[in-house]
Write a protein that binds this ligand. Structure first.
Ligand code: NAP
Length: 275
């Protein structure tokens, strides 16, 4: 009997124990009949991990906190988008040559694009960290008129300069007028689910409000926005779509987005029951 070994993929980060990427990608491989396995690799040795990826012939890797920028010098090539954003969340191994990509911003824009056409819309981007950088870059590419709202002025101004857009301190966010609000800070994440970085009276009926957080699925910010009549989008959609774009890069085939969403939602809803 001839044994055909599975192709190996994974997620590299630290910590990695709570990552939902294995559940999502293994479900996608299974439904498509792709003979592959996706694991979770927690490491404090980034250089050694990338050498290991080459040595073991691991076909693709998701990269997460704290390695998204630090991994760049260890790769053979960078996709222009990842290079411009300055962060890699996906590695593709083509016969030993490792190329870095960034699907985070694209995932966010796909999630938003299911609800609204971003071109020409005014968008307040809340936060100025790694997620804001990728999302903001793609939002600008999609034709949105951006304003960065952030707690710390230095970081906020730096991102606004990168995105060539205005900056406003977070405590003055009410002064902005927007069609879309994208929340990218960790405020409101489990276990601090009652917190929100944005005052409720910021939300107007016609606004579309997206949160990068996906645990809980509906944050306090999204609850408030929904109560005031806004269309809301959970961070889960962004997570699913960034993963779907990874699947497309690795396999060259269309991602089973609904299966990926169902797999992750199942785990998240069970977690909520246990708490
Ligand atoms: P990060 O680089 O650490 O940036 C954090 C940002 O949040 C900074 O702008 C920081 O402001 C702000 N912030 C932190 N605590 C705050 C507070 N108490 N009040 C106001 N602002 C505060 O983090 P990141 O990598 O961008 O990740 C941010 C969030 O996005 C996380 O919850 C992460 O899970 C989520 N995310 C989701 C996806 C997805 O696929 N759905 C993908 C990536 C990230 P200062 O500059 O003032 O410190």
């Amino acid at each position: 009997m001839k044994i055909r070994p599975a192709k190996i993929y994974g997620v590299l980060g630290n910590p990695i124990g709570h990552s939902l990427s294995p559940v999502m990608h293994n479900a996608a491989f299974k439904v498509r009949g792709i003979h592959s396995l996706y694991g979770a690799f927690e490491s404090s040795d980034l250089k050694g991990s990338i050498r290991g990826m080459r040595a073991l012939g691991i076909r693709g890797m998701s990269v997460t906190i704290p390695f998204k920028t630090a991994v760049m010098p260890y790769l053979d090539a960078l996709d222009p988008l990842a290079e411009q954003i300055g962060a890699v969340n996906t590695i593709l191994n083509r016969g030993g040559r490792l190329t870095g990509y960034n699907t985070d911003g694209l995932g966010a824009m796909k999630a938003l694009g299911d609800t609204i056409n971003p071109a020409g819309k005014r968008c307040v981007l809340v936060g100025a960290g790694g997620a804001a950088r990728g999302i903001g870059f793609m939002a600008r590419e999609s034709g949105m008129a951006l304003v960065v709202a952030n707690r710390s002025v230095d970081r906020g101004r730096a991102l606004a300069a990168f995105l060539k857009c205005p900056f406003i301190p977070l405590d003055r966010i009410r002064e902005t007028e927007a069609d879309v609000l994208i929340q990218t800070t960790p405020v409101g994440m489990f276990p601090h689910e009652n917190a929100s970085p944005v005052p409720e009276d910021m939300f107007q009926k016609e606004m579309v409000v997206m949160d990068a957080i996906y645990n809980p699925l509906e944050t306090q910010l999204l609850k408030s926005a929904r109560a005031r009549g806004c269309a809301t989008i959970s961070g889960l959609e962004m997570f699913i779509h960034q993963g779907a774009e990874q699947f497309r890069l690795w396999t060259g085939s269309n991602p089973p987005v609904d299966v990926m969403r169902e797999a992750v939602t199942n785990v998240l809803s069970k977690k909520r029951v246990r708490k």
